[in-house]
Ligand binder design. Structure first.
Ligand code: DOR
Ligand code: ZN
Ligand code: ZN
Length: 376
């Protein structure tokens, strides 16, 4: 048995509110714990975007923070305006990212102590947060507090635009889901120029290529799309040479039915498969346990200023061999593009603040997660 610190996934889409047919706070955080994560940071591209203090507070409340708040259902019944107890609904700790939009700039000051990063969508993907206008982008970059991270979805050549803006306004830039060799090279070069830039890769870009799309069809479609073997090799080299700072799941569930619609929504679930795939890479000597700790705990905590909890661990059995299947998944969408893949290395037990929350495939407690805020 090996004990890792509680792992952190800084890029997940828990879908609540607005798309709870795909995932909700309960199912998404159960998937996180079962996948070995004790902290996840949730993205703002819900149908009702996280782009105001009100929308952010609503998410916090839905996750179960503000335990007693007026129940709006009972407000409809005169005389029954009871304050009700809302237990926490989350199994792991959850923090939030804020979304950039022309209207959200006015809320930056109000939310800055509550959120971990600002997410800017510079290309089309799920949701309505795309921003391409240069003037608006400049206003966003200049307004976000300099000590906090700006995360960008910037595919292909858009990355250069994001780097230019971060340099001009002296901001911290974290590039999400790098997928191409050129992008890795650009980030590597930018790091040498002394700019405060960090980057993330996802498990799907590390373990799948565009060859797999033939087999997976819509279930292999996400943004950025799966790339070539050469691109994939560059991501692995980026891990080895220190260019890559974090590995995230970009857990982006859609239902099976939705995935078979045209147009296909982009995104795949990943919370329960990322660590098993990484552990398997350790068993094949493509990665070390220290790499996993650095990429999925130490660096995420440092970059996003995440408070570290006491007595919080993920125990893994490095010798357990099995094939990934979709039967035991806790994610509401109940599918994975990695189905059938043989791996070695399994999550055995997860301990949150001294309590065993998950062991041998089963939950041992109720939802004991907390909404978290940046450490400073
Ligand atoms: O594939 C993706 N899915 N890429 C994104 O950038 C968004 C995500 C989602 O929310 O579905
Ligand atoms: Zn993205
Ligand atoms: Zn995402």
């Amino acid at each position: 048995m090996i004990q890792l610190p509680g792992l952190i996934d800084t890029h997940v889409h828990l879908r609540e509110p607005g798309a709870t047919q795909k995932e909700d706070f309960e199912t998404g955080t159960k998937a996180a714990i079962a996948g070995g994560y004790t902290v996840v940071l949730d993205m703002p591209n819900n149908p009702e975007t996280t782009t105001s203090l009100k929308a952010l507070n609503k998410k916090i409340r839905l996750a179960g923070e503000d335990r007693d708040f007026t129940d709006h259902q009972s407000e409809k019944t005169p005389g029954k305006r009871a304050k009700i107890e809302h237990p926490s609904r989350i199994y792991c700790d959850v923090g939030f990212h804020f979304g950039a939009s022309p209207d959200s700039i006015a809320h930056f000051q109000a939310v800055r102590k509550k959120v971990f990063g600002l997410k800017i969508y510079m290309n089309h993907t799920t949701g309505t947060l795309l921003i391409e206008d240069k003037k608006i982008l400049e206003e966003i970059f200049s307004s976000w507090p300099s000590h906090k991270v700006i995360m960008v979805h910037a595919e292909g050549e858009t990355l250069e635009k994001a780097i230019r803006l971060a340099r001009k306004f002296k901001k911290r830039l974290h590039v999400c889901h790098l997928s191409l060799k050129d992008q890795i090279e650009m980030v590597k070069k930018t790091k040498l120029s002394n700019m405060d830039i960090t980057c993330e890769v996802t498990a799907h870009h590390l373990f799948l290529t565009r060859e797999d799309v033939k087999r997976l069809g819509p279930f292999g479609m996400m943004r950025p799309p799966l790339a070539t073997k050469t691109d994939q090799g560059a991501l692995w080299n980026g891990i080895k040479d220190g260019t890559v700072d974090t590995i995230a799941s970009d857990h982006a569930p859609h239902t099976k039915e939705e995935k078979q619609n045209i147009p296909t929504p982009n995104g795949i679930p990943g919370l329960e498969t990322t660590l098993p795939l990484l552990l398997n890479a350790v068993s094949e000597k493509r990665l070390t346990m220290d790499d996993i700790i650095r990429l999925c705990h130490t660096n995420p905590a440092r970059i996003f200023n995440i408070p570290i909890q006491k007595d919080t661990y993920t125990e893994i059995d490095p010798n357990n061999r099995y094939s990934i299947n979709d039967k035991h998944l806790f994610t509401k969408c109940k599918w994975t593009p990695f189905k059938g893949m043989g791996v070695k290395g399994k999550v055995k037990r997860v301990i949150l603040r001294g309590q065993t929350i998950f062991e041998n495939g089963e939950f041992k407690t109720g939802p004991i997660g907390k909404v978290i805020y940046p450490a400073s």
